[in-house]
Ligand binder design. Structure first.
Ligand code: CP
Length: 306
C-alpha cells in the first residue's frame, strides 16, 4: 500500500503519470465519473482549510465515491485527547483512503504507520503539502508547457510556507531550474532545505529582499501568505505581514508570459487589481487541484478509467 506523505514519495515517473491522468480527466471527465463507485474518502482536518478539504471531497464525488470526515480538531475526539494513531486505526475500518491535515509536522506520517488504508498528507505544520505541489506542477505544466528550463521566484514567507518547501523538493528533480528566493531575513527558507535540497542538487539560486529587483528574470512568481498561525509572537507577525505586496505597477516589470501563482488563501500580498492580469493564474491553479486529486485518489486506490 502506498501513502503520500512527502512529495518525494512519488518518483518523477509516478508524478508524470498522475499529471497525465489529471490531464485526461480534464479532457474527458465523464469517463471517470463512476470509477470510485462504493469507495469512501475520509477527510481528517485538524486545521482550517477551504481548498484542500473541499477539493478532495469534490474529487471523490466526481469519481462516483462518497466522503466523510471532520473539518476541525474541536469537532472530533481529538478534543477529548484521542491520539492520531488511535483515530486512524478506527477510520481505517470506515473509509478506503484518507486525507489528513494537522498542525504538527509528522502527524500524517504517524497516521500512515498505524493505517490500513492509504494516507495522504494534506498539509502538516510548516513542513510539507504534497498535493498542493501536484496542483502547482499541473498548473505549470499546463500553462507553461514544461517543467524544466524555468526561473522560479518564491516570495514571502519561505520559512513557514509548507507549499514552498514541497514545491522546491519537487522542482529540483527537473533540468535547468533556477530559484530566486525573495523574503525578509526572518522568513528565509530553512537551512536544511537550502543545504540538503537546493545545494545538494546543484540548483542555482539567489536570495534577495527586493521583489522589483528580480521581477524581469522570472518565469514564475510564486507568492505566499505570511503564515500568522506559525508565529510565536504577534508583534513579529504584524511587522512582517506586509513585507511584499504585488500590485499592477510591479507587474509592469515582469515578462509578458510570467505566471503569478499562489496556493491561496491570499491576505494582502497580491492586490486585487492583479486578478484581472492575464498572468495571474491562482484561481485556475485552485481549479486544477480537483483534477490532480482525482488522479491521485485513482492511483492510490489502483483504480483505472472505464
Ligand atoms: N492551498 C491550501 O492549502 O488552501 P487551504 O488552506 O484553503 O486548504
Amino acid at each position: 500500500m502506498k501513502h503520500l506523505i512527502s512529495p518525494l514519495d512519488l518518483s518523477v515517473t509516478e508524478l508524470e503519470e498522475i499529471l497525465t491522468l489529471a490531464e485526461e480527466i480534464i479532457n474527458e471527465p465523464k469517463k471517470y465519473s463512476n470509477v470510485c463507485n462504493g469507495k469512501k474518502i475520509a477527510t481528517l482536518f485538524y486545521e482550517p482549510s477551504t481548498r484542500t478539504r473541499l477539493s478532495f471531497e469534490a474529487a471523490m464525488l466526481n469519481l462516483g465515491g462518497s466522503v466523510l470526515g471532520f473539518s476541525s480538531a474541536d469537532s472530533s475526539s481529538a478534543a477529548k485527547g484521542e491520539s492520531v494513531a488511535d483515530t486512524i486505526r478506527v477510520i481505517s475500518s470506515y473509509a478506503d483512503i484518507c486525507a489528513m491535515r494537522h498542525p504538527k509536522e509528522g502527524a500524517p506520517l504517524v497516521a500512515a504507520n498505524y493505517s490500513s488504508i492509504p494516507v495522504i498528507n494534506a498539509g502538516d505544520g510548516g513542513h510539507n503539502h504534497p498535493t498542493q505541489t501536484l496542483t502547482d506542477l499541473l498548473t505549470i505544466k499546463n500553462l507553461k508547457g514544461r517543467l524544466n528550463n524555468l526561473t522560479v521566484g518564491f516570495c514571502g514567507d519561505l520559512k513557514f510556507g509548507r507549499t514552498v518547501h514541497s514545491l522546491i523538493n519537487a522542482l529540483v528533480r527537473y533540468d535547468n531550474i533556477n530559484f530566486v528566493l525573495i523574503s525578509p531575513n526572518e522568513l528565509k527558507i530553512p537551512d536544511y532545505l537550502r543545504k540538503e535540497v537546493i545545494e545538494e542538487n546543484n540548483v542555482p539560486y539567489k536570495e534577495v529582499k527586493v521583489l522589483e529587483q528580480v521581477m524581469p528574470e522570472l518565469d514564475i512568481l510564486y507568492m505566499t501568505r505570511v503564515q500568522k498561525e506559525r508565529f510565536f509572537n504577534e508583534e513579529d507577525y504584524i511587522r512582517l505581514k506586509d513585507s511584499f505586496i504585488l500590485d499592477a505597477k510591479k507587474m509592469e516589470l515582469a515578462k509578458e508570459d510570467m505566471l503569478v501563482m499562489h496556493p491561496l488563501p491570499r491576505v494582502n500580498e497580491i492586490a486585487t487589481e492583479v486578478d484581472s492580469d492575464h498572468r495571474a493564474v491562482y484561481f485556475k491553479q485552485a481549479e486544477y487541484g480537483v483534477y490532480v486529486r482525482m488522479a491521485l485518489i485513482m492511483k492510490l486506490l489502483e483504480v483505472t478509467g472505464c
